[in-house]
Design a protein around this ligand. Structure first.
Ligand SMILES: Nc1ncnc2c1ncn2[C@@H]1O[C@H](COP(=O)(O)OP(=O)(O)OP(=O)(O)O)[C@@H](O)[C@H]1O
Length: 340
């Protein structure tokens, strides 16, 4: 059974629909990350599930029960929002135990649970520390422990790692995934950071203007973006108009190979940067290198062909050309995707 189900949920602010007939299911123990540009409706989705905002149409079900008219504190969901405001006058234990004490959990039992949660989030024995003396990452862990304490059936995270620097975020995301797996927590998280979403989620949902543009496993969405919007949102900019005939496509960049079985006719074609090989000028599409960007384990080279949009190529670290060089571009069918 699904833990969460949305059926045709619409939320309007005046004329504008922040959510437009959204259908979504989250299975028990599943981690779903909602991604999308600013204003696409991600926070509104969380708010409507939490009961902080009513739906103008449609229904929200938790464990099969219609939540219409059910107050937030009776929904059994945990929330950790962007401004994860801890109570500054309480110590760490006081913050983590807050929801437990509200629910009448006894002092001794609350103490045991707090200790276990602090172990889980990697802050053992931090009970008596004042929250003001914690780093941003530590505060975020305390906020997470606080949200987990009442053992919510659904944990909702809004930009959970938003304030943190990149390396801490990357580490925490791995820890979170492990932690949720161990606890069997069902998670609905919102982020605008795609690498975070892809690292955390079993399934990602990409939103656009209050609708779901695509939902699928990280691999599915990465390999087969459902539209040019999703492709560009993921940072793929090599998109060009094409006409597919057989196993090739005519484009302004010349004739590109496409995978067998590609739908025939006119389409927009995505070429992932890994599918652009640099060859001698005479052997490919002649281009000028306009920029190169170091990306850790590879270099991204920006190419300007005589005609059509610019092209990004991912190159190995050694031997990437310099800005101003002239190179040829050749294309690899496996990395070419016809966008529906
Ligand atoms: N209280 C409100 N009153 C009026 N309009 C609102 C309100 N809350 C949200 N909106 C509008 O609804 C749309 C969706 O907002 P929402 O906050 O859900 O987007 P988001 O994807 O979470 O954006 P961000 O990534 O910037 O947080 C936006 O156009 C926003 O301006």
């Amino acid at each position: 059974m699904s833990m969460l189900r949305l059926e045709g949920v619409t939320v309007r602010f005046g004329e504008r629909a922040a959510l437009d007939a959204v259908d979504l299911e989250v299975a028990e123990h599943e981690i779903v990350c909602v991604l999308g540009p600013s204003g696409s409706g991600k926070s509104t989705l969380l708010r409507v599930v939490a009961g902080l905002h009513g739906a103008d149409a449609g229904r929200v079900f938790l464990a099969g029960e219609d939540q219409t008219g059910v107050a937030t504190h009776r929904r059994g969901v945990g929330l950790m929002f962007q401004d994860h405001q801890l109570f500054p006058q309480r110590d760490v234990a006081g913050n983590v135990a807050f929801g437990l004490r509200m629910r009448g959990t006894g002092r001794a039992e609350a103490g045991r649970r707090v200790a276990r949660l602090l172990d889980l989030v990697g802050l053992p024995d931090a009970q008596r520390r004042p929250v003001g003396a914690l780093s941003g990452g530590e505060q975020q862990r305390v906020a997470l422990a606080r949200a987990l304490a009442p053992e919510p059936r659904l944990l909702m995270l809004d930009e959970p790692l938003g304030q943190l620097d990149r390396s801490l975020r990357e580490r925490l995301v791995v820890e979170l995934r492990e932690l949720f797996g161990r606890l069997g927590t069902t998670v609905l998280a919102v982020t605008h950071d795609q690498s975070e979403a892809f690292a955390l989620a079993d399934r990602v949902v990409v939103m656009r203007d209050g609708r779901i543009a695509q939902a699928g496993t990280p691999l599915e969405v990465w390999q087969r973006p459902a539209s040019e919007f999703v492709a560009r949102f993921l940072g793929f900019d090599n998109v060009v108009a094409a006409t597919v005939r057989g196993d090739a496509a005519d484009t302004v960049w010349g004739t590109l190979p496409v995978p067998a079985g590609t739908a025939q006719g006119e389409c927009r074609l995505l070429v992932r940067p890994a599918g652009v090989r640099l060859v001698p000028v005479a052997e490919g599409l002649a281009c000028e290198v306009t920029a190169r960007t170091f990306r850790g384990d590879h270099v991204v080279v920006r190419l300007r062909p005589a005609d059509g949009p610019g092209i990004e190529a991912a190159c190995p670290l050694g031997g990437a050309p310099e800005a101003g060089d002239r190179v040829g571009a050749a294309f690899v069918a496996d990395e070419v995707v016809a966008l529906p």
